[in-house]
Design a binder for this molecule. Structure first.
Ligand SMILES: [Zn+2]
Length: 455
């Protein structure tokens, strides 16, 4: 629906015939359709009245008492259902979205509009580089994101993550003790593109201009705390950003590329082992419908859904590879060089940031293609692991990332994967994954050593 408004306002020139079906059939974002169980809550009225949940809020009733949150159904309360974004009504009470990320603001960062990719108020629906497909994942990181990163490593695929700062009760992405920051750092290290999906997933066409700026600026603060940089790419929640509301101009003024899509996998509607086949069919049908062999695509999915991560994505990767495509970031599918995907905050003291301790110099080195690292090459972004060992090999075990690790040629530190505070099963999986990422040269050395020992 929102997309329809965008299209009407902003020109039919963007809508190639192959994308028109997606425009008309665009479904509401999954988050917008999620209903809170508040109507059911009335059945246990005594308890709820005791806790003051029956107080009403919203445009007809006004604000909740201080400290109380206004649910999407218009009830005051302080449960996760009341307070978590995007359903919590930010104008009528407290919401988790009101929790401000720490650190200095980002609004003074210079935002020159450089490069050939259009910025707002124009928006981008399709890729331009032939033979590329940009898979994109919105709303995360969440509990399945680590598995998705493992899968993408296996296929050596690069994708784009449109990250939300604090939605679905996951807490702020830069919270200490939460796994989100280390997952976002891993995305970045692995060569994926990290882009913004706003702080708390509000509908940017329905909030005020200052609220809209907060939605972008607060997510920038959190991402800057994690990565040291802020993104230049964003996707509006619900694909809603009309010209009438001023949204597209505001995003342009903040120096953002506004990214939509031309394949909607509709994964948010198909999150069961049976139903996800419909999303696979949508993806396949689009690719099969192309007239030009190397017509590029920009597809949307959501890494907050289990079937998307554990089922649909591998199908999409196999399909696109079979059709001769490359899985790349949005920036790459638009021909935009990586240095333009982010803006640096030159005034930010990185020592205060919750960040990886990668060297500034290492990002300018070539990424290792043979598992070796040193003065000319870095392990950051390589498929062998992000750390450069004392002997000049890339890997991601403690023997690479710990004592003797070369911080000017990769990442050093002991928190790879360990920062993930999920279940023990996840941690075990992470460790197993790291074994597979030994560089071939090191694997041979270890094998030889083992053979000697056995003799
Ligand atoms: Zn979203």
């Amino acid at each position: 629906m929102h997309m329809l408004r965008l299209v009407v306002v902003y020109g039919l020139g963007f809508a190639a015939c192959s994308t028109a079906r997606n425009i008309v059939n665009l479904q509401p974002d999954h988050q917008g359709t999620r209903l809170l169980p508040l109507t059911n809550a009335n059945s246990s009225a005594p308890v709820l009245v005791e806790r003051g949940v029956s107080a009403r809020c919203g445009s007809e009733f006004g604000r909740c008492a201080p400290g109380k949150c206004c649910s999407t159904a218009g009830y005051c309360g302080d449960t996760k259902s009341h307070c978590s974004s995007p359903d919590c009504q930010i104008d009528y009470g407290h919401c988790d979205a009101h929790i401000t990320p720490g650190g200095p603001p980002t609004d003074k960062i210079p935002r020159p509009l450089i490069g050939n990719v259009p910025y707002g108020p124009r928006f981008i629906r399709s890729c331009t580089v032939p033979g590329t497909i940009a898979l994109t994942f919105d709303d995360g990181p969440k509990e399945y994101t680590q598995d998705l990163l493992d899968l993408l490593d296996k296929y050596e695929a690069k994708v784009t993550f449109f990250v939300t700062g604090n939605n679905n009760a996951k807490g702020e992405i830069d919270s200490p003790g939460m796994p989100w920051a280390s997952l976002i750092q891993r995305m970045h290290r692995s060569g994926h593109q990290v882009a913004s999906h706003t702080w708390s997933h509000q509908d940017l066409s329905k909030v005020t201009q200052s609220q809209r700026r907060v939605q972008l600026l607060w997510n920038e603060v959190a991402l800057r705390n994690i990565l040291g940089t802020i993104p230049t790419y964003m996707r509006p929640p619900y694909s809603s950003c009309t010209a009438e509301s001023g949204c597209l101009n505001d995003l342009g003024a903040l120096g953002y590329h506004v990214i939509l899509y031309d394949i909607d996998t509709e994964d948010y509607s198909h999150d069961s082992p049976e139903a996800i086949q419909k999303s696979k069919d949508i993806f396949d049908r689009n690719l099969d419908s192309r007239i030009e062999f190397d017509r590029p695509w920009l597809a949307i999915a959501h890494d907050v859904h289990e079937q998307t991560v554990h089922n649909l994505t591998e199908h999409m990767l196999k399909k696109l590879l079979a059709e001769g495509y490359r899985a790349v970031t949005v920036g790459e599918c638009l021909g935009d060089p990586p240095e333009l995907w982010y803006r640096k905050d030159d005034n930010f003291d990185e020592r205060n940031a919750r960040k990886s301790n990668r060297s500034k110099d290492s990002v300018t080195k070539a990424i290792s293609v043979d598992g070796m690292c040193g003065t000319q090459t870095t392990c950051l972004g390589s498929r062998f692991g992000p750390c450069c060992s004392s002997t000049g090999f890339c890997g991601n075990m403690s023997s690479f990332c710990g004592a003797g690790c070369q911080s000017d040629s990769g990442y050093c530190g002991d928190n790879i994967g360990a920062a993930y505070t999920g279940s023990g099963k996840k941690a075990a999986k992470s460790d197993a994954g790291s074994l597979l990422q030994l560089s071939p040269s090191v694997a041979v050395v270890i094998l030889l050593a083992l053979m000697v020992l056995m003799e």
